[in-house]
Design a binder for this molecule. Structure first.
Ligand code: 5AD
Ligand code: SF4
Length: 467
């Protein structure tokens, strides 16, 4: 449908499942394909290239992938009937884990690539156009893929992700990450700092550092020493214009004194931390190979709260790990009550082939897992509601990120990552301004610009219409 005089661009559609790391990776795949003429498309229909960036962390990923591939087979046939070609690529952790099965079951797939090989995409696209079968790249090359990725081309928003670490050596009993993302690797600090400066130059005001085990970060510093995450955060906090820093996902074992001190010292480091605990039972934690007890986790929480009293926590929980008894599950509930979480993710244990827990005896019956998960989620929901309500009447800085859902509204994020909206000018976007919270709605807060924030003639926010 292009009628302009610019040369036709090839249309690239990327579907992303899973974690923020995948969101970041998808953006980098778009960057790497931009120089060879691919521009983002909103739908897969008629696209010249479709990438499915997959997640393998819990089950159904493979089924979801194959049903999507079934639909794309038709889209690809239509494109060919119209005289074009659609290059179809499967990326991410399912590609890494099941590369051969994908090409056996879906021979119309052109490229299968694991998370460490994205910088080779242009070369793979060229090879795919010549090859008879699929091009598969699922190695863990020793070289640093970050050295081979171009600087981000796409304009960034007010909030941006930045991967600083990948992979995991912890081998929790239930988890595929050490197999799909490989061994722990930290980017040198200089590259991270340069990328952060570029993000800020293109408008980012909040940067979230990403890594499967982000606080195990131990990248080479510009001084030749190994830098931990605390050191890296201190250096990032010196970048002018970088108002907010976050990092995810952390492991309780890797919270060292310097990181705790960073929470005490750096106002840019937001008072909200995602710190997965998985269970409150020491026996289950040992079976999970977590390397910490419930008391260890609580000590970490207390140390961090002492350093930064307004720190709020989020976590991950698994209900029904093999062997978990009803009494052990109750210990998880007790830990949740003791900590009080602002937010959390909780999952039923899902058997992942190849992981130690998959073959463990005493798998918990499905109905029991369901019941435990429901009880846990009800408790976590109550805590989240209570936390959101506790903000009503408070005044704190909100970073505005874009227009709200309704005309005249502008939306942003609180320091605790809650979405907030108010009636106010769009000129607030990209700025932090003090806001007084008026109401806690089911999934967001509404507020009012506080006096002295520089905005004028602002009316109280209306409640959004029910969805
Ligand atoms: N079953 C259920 N939940 C899982 N997670 C990881 N693997 C599994 C699994 N096999 C959860 C953990 C982890 C989060 C990203 O996903 O809670 O922290
Ligand atoms: Fe998976 Fe996290 Fe455990 Fe690593 S630390 S194995 S990523 S759950």
């Amino acid at each position: 449908m292009t009628t302009t005089s610019t040369p036709p661009r090839k249309r690239l559609f990327i579907r992303t499942w899973g974690c923020q790391m995948n969101v970041y990776d998808s953006a980098r795949m778009a960057d790497v394909l931009a120089p060879i003429g691919y521009a983002p498309a909103e739908t897969p229909d008629g696209a010249d290239m479709v990438i499915l960036n997959t997640c393998h962390i819990r089950e159904k990923a493979t089924e979801k992938l194959f049903s999507e591939l079934g639909r794309l087979r038709e889209a690809k046939a239509l494109k060919r009937a119209a005289g074009g070609e659609m290059v179809l690529a499967v990326a991410g952790c399912v590609a890494q884990a099941e590369g051969k099965e994908i090409t056996a079951r879906a021979p119309w797939v052109d490229i299968v690539l694991g998370p460490q090989t994205y910088h080779k995409l242009p070369e793979m696209v060229a090879r795919a156009s010549r090859a008879a079968g699929a091009v598969i790249e699922c190695e863990f090359p020793a070289e640093d893929k970050f050295d081979h990725l171009p600087d981000a081309a796409a304009p960034q928003g007010v909030t941006a992700f930045l991967t600083v670490q990948e992979g995991c050596d912890k081998f929790c009993s239930f988890c595929v990450v050490p197999y799909t993302r490989g061994a722990e690797f930290s980017r040198p600090a200089a590259g991270v700092l340069a990328e952060a400066r570029r993000l800020v130059a293109s408008g980012a005001r909040e940067v979230s550092l990403l890594g499967q085990n982000v606080n195990a970060y131990h990248g080479e510093g510009p001084d030749g020493r190994s830098w931990g995450l605390g050191r890296l955060l201190r250096a990032l906090a010196e970048i002018p214009g970088l108002l907010r820093l976050r990092y995810t996902t952390s492991h309780p074992r890797d919270v060292d004194d310097d990181l705790v001190a960073a929470h005490r010292d750096l106002p840019q480091l937001m008072p909200f931390l995602h710190l997965p605990v998985q269970s409150g039972s020491d026996r289950v934690l040992a079976a999970m190979n977590r390397g910490h007890t419930a008391a260890d986790f609580l000590r970490v929480v207390d140390r961090l709260r002492e350093a930064r009293p307004d720190l709020a926590f989020s976590s991950d929980f698994i209900a029904g790990h093999p062997g978990e008894t009803a009494a052990e599950f109750e210990q998880t509930m007790a830990l949740v009550r003791r900590v009080g979480f602002a937010q959390a993710y909780s999952f039923k244990y899902s058997s992942r082939p190849g992981t130690p827990a998959a073959g463990a005896p005493h798998q918990v019956p499905e109905a029991e897992k369901d019941a435990r998960l429901q009880a846990l989620q009800a408790l976590l929901r109550d805590q989240q509601d209570a936390f959101n309500r506790s903000r009503v009447g408070m005044t704190f800085p909100v970073l505005f990120t874009g227009p709200g859902r309704h005309a005249g509204q502008v939306a942003g994020r609180t320091p605790w990552l809650q979405p907030l909206h108010l009636t106010g000018p769009l000129s607030l976007v990209g700025r932090e301004a003090p806001v007084t919270v008026l109401a806690a709605l089911p999934n967001s807060l509404s507020g009012l610009l506080a006096a002295g924030s520089g905005a004028h003639n602002v009316q109280p926010a209306e409640e959004p219409a029910p969805a």
